[in-house]
Design a protein around this ligand. Structure first.
Ligand SMILES: Nc1ncnc2c1ncn2[C@@H]1O[C@H](COP(=O)(O)OP(=O)(O)OP(=O)(O)O)[C@@H](O)[C@H]1O
Length: 509
């Protein structure tokens, strides 16, 4: 249980006060806040944790409301679990195609889904009652204090599970998926599976919230699937804190409480709400819950000091990584042409070549970040060229990235992360770029440890001296082709390498 006692008190106080001290109207407000809290908590999974702008949460809320209204007269309170399924199953069905889309395309597709649900609610009159909606079902559903207990028990349980899940390793993985999806894939994190689970679980919470809202209001109309409920969901989560376990609860309390508190201002409460939202976005992007944490001086986990691991333990797994006749074309550019090479365990192979010769592309193709047009990549006898990046990582190939050129510390952390996956083979892209002499010596010693531990390493770098000191073999690429391969001395002496990469054409070796 990782929720701070401060937040635990704030979480359990509203239902207790409502049950024992508030009149029915006050209880209604607390139930409504709980309902919005449930919807927002589900929304935090996709929007907050995975950073995807999902605009279908309001529609899934509406589906839950309609399912409860339609089934309650027949099955009574069991309409609540049915409503959860009524939102979760469509969410699961559309998740496959929707979650393959990137950023704004995903947002547009979820918007289209929301419009479709809204159109159905308006036009499928026989089922939904059209614009008039459905009524007369509420007596079959929990009401008053029972509804309050159901809503807040679910919300409290949801917040505690959310806090427990995302506080530790899972939260770090979600952060990686959100901020560096390619890196996450090379660490074996299956982003598609994560997005699927988050979207469906978020939808299930929206369905439950919709059903409870139907029970509270006694009426379900197309408004329940409309865009205003979606905007409310988005703003309350941003206002409260998109990732904070209490974000949705704080946002929901404000969304319900502000209009009541500022009732005398009439329509102006909307202005106050808009100003508050804008202020939070500008000055407290972590949301009000995060701001409160900051103000009360809550301790954050100290950042882990990055650095190369002291020791590298042997790992089980495949013995040979074989690249056989791999080609890759980007439009008119032949990035790789019939490239073959072998990396064994306990061996460091250096990949050299001039800029644009295909070194990073080769690593990407081995990693599953790019797909080869032709050729085979095998770990022992297992073909892996068709696997997605996270599956290649799980098969035993780790990766460090070239993009971290500016941060010397970030590079060490990147290397440490790749090694920590327990991969038998490591693909290192320019680990020495931009680092000083001391770090270079540490890197050389670390590479030796990798060899001793029985890792197979394929390393790309422009520092030919470092590679010559460290590598067992060098392979030189030029315009996507292997032009030389052998011991460092042999490759450095090769006239084509001297001409194309070392710029020493005509100078004695
Ligand atoms: N996604 C892509 N789309 C189009 N062309 C690409 C893409 N990725 C690489 N290329 C092209 O493929 C060729 C090989 O690029 P690559 O980055 O693999 O070379 P490199 O040897 O790693 O270069 P450097 O040493 O500068 O990092 C280049 O001509 C590059 O412009």
């Amino acid at each position: 249980m990782r929720l701070a006692p401060f937040w635990l008190v704030i979480l359990v106080l509203p239902p207790l006060v409502a049950l024992f001290a508030l009149p029915p109207f006050g209880q209604r407000m607390v139930i409504l806040a709980g309902i919005y809290g449930l919807m927002g908590l589900g929304y935090q999974l996709v929007f907050g944790q995975l950073g995807a702008l999902n605009l279908a949460q309001g529609a899934l809320f509406g589906l839950g409301a309609y399912a409860a209204a339609l089934t309650a007269p027949v099955i009574g309170p069991f309409a609540l679990p049915v409503a959860i399924l009524a939102a979760a199953i469509p969410a699961a069905l559309v998740a496959g195609p929707l979650l393959r889309l990137q950023s704004h395309y995903f947002a547009l597709a979820t918007l289209a889904l929301a419009s479709l649900v809204n159109l159905l609610a308006v036009h499928a009159e026989n089922l939904t009652g059209g614009a008039n909606g459905l009524a007369g079902f509420a007596t079959a559903l929990p009401r008053g204090p029972v509804l309050l207990a159901i809503v807040w028990t679910c919300l409290i349980a949801g917040v505690l599970v959310y806090a427990w899940l995302f506080e530790g390793t899972l939260g770090k993985k979600a952060q990686l998926l959100r901020e560096a999806p390619l890196l996450a894939a090379t660490l074996g994190i299956d982003g598609a599976a994560w997005r699927f689970v988050a979207f469906v679980a978020g939808g299930a919470l929206a369905g439950l919230a919709g059903a409870c809202s139907a029970a509270l209001s006694g009426v379900v109309s197309p408004e329940a699937t409309g865009f205003s409920i979606m905007v409310l969901c988005l703003t309350l989560v941003v206002l409260g804190g998109a990732r904070h376990p209490m974000g949705a609860v704080i946002g929901a309390a404000l969304a319900v409480g502000l209009p009541e508190l500022l009732r005398d201002l009439q329509g102006a409460w909307l202005l106050a709400y808009a100003v508050a939202t804008l202020a939070v976005v500008l000055w407290a992007p972590e949301g009000l819950a995060g701001l409160l944490d900051r103000l009360r001086g809550a301790r954050r986990a100290p950042p882990v000091a990055p650095g190369l691991p002291e020791s590298v333990l042997p790992v089980p797994g495949a013995q040979h990584l074989t690249i056989d006749g791999v080609s890759k074309r980007f439009g008119g550019v032949q990035a790789l042409a019939n490239v073959s090479l072998l990396v064994d365990r306990g061996e460091i192979v250096g990949l050299i070549g001039p800029n644009g010769s295909g070194k990073t592309t080769l690593l990407n193709v081995i990693n599953g970040l790019d797909r080869a047009d032709e050729g085979a990549i095998t770990l022992d006898d297992r073909r892996i060229e068709h696997l997605p990046a996270h599956a290649v990582a799980r098969a035993g190939i780790g990766r460090s990235f070239q993009a971290l050129v500016l941060a010397g510390d970030a590079k060490a952390a990147d290397l440490a992360r790749a090694v920590a996956t327990g991969a038998a083979f490591l693909l290192l892209d320019e680990p020495a770029a931009g680092i000083g002499d001391a770090e270079r010596r540490a890197l050389q010693a670390f590479l030796a440890k990798l060899r001793e531990s029985g890792r197979g390493v394929l390393i790309v770098d422009h520092d030919i001296e470092l590679l010559s000191r460290t590598c067992d073999r060098l392979v030189c690429l030029d315009r996507g082709r292997v032009i030389a391969s052998g011991s460092p001395a042999e490759v450095r002496a090769d006239p084509r390498v001297r001409a194309s990469f070392l710029g020493l054409d005509g100078i004695a070796a």
